[in-house]
Design a protein around this ligand. Sequence first.
Ligand code: SF4
Length: 180
Amino acid sequence: MRQKPLVVISACLAGQRTRYNAALIHSQRLIDFLTERFRLFPVCPEVEAGLPVPREPINLHGSPLAPSLIGVQTGADYTFRVTERCLEILDHLEHDPPSGMVLKSRSPTCAAVTPIPVHDTMARPSGQALGVFARLARRRFPDVPVADERILSFSPALDGFARVVGAKAYTEAAPPEENS
Ligand code: SF4
């Protein structure tokens, strides 16, 4: 039997206590809907990079083209360690590529649909960017449908997402057509 398509999901959306403030923010309805149809692969690049729960909030700083992950309270630069972990996650996924991604909105690491503010050294807005993991993931898997939990809170969008993810998985599993 063919296995269900793989969907990468932010661990906090999958019910894990990984948020900076240790809050649980998942929607059981979303998890039930997705697990019925897909194999979920939860990732939290921040926690997997060794950041604790709870931890200080992080903002994006610097150039909107390549922003850094900077701690709001200490000014610590988490960019290198989190980016390293993002790349390890994506390398791992090359062996079992995802057919979809559901990533947390408004996160400096996971925001994948709507860009979030980037700040300059004076904490003034200098532009907008996607989260560090989201940007790398979209670049590595450019054809994979991506959504966030805000979009998927609307039933038609959730059904539509499931359809396009299923279609992508089906297309990739189909044997190539032979030339006549
Ligand atoms: S938004 Fe991303 S980095 Fe933040 S807690 Fe959720 S999975 Fe981890």
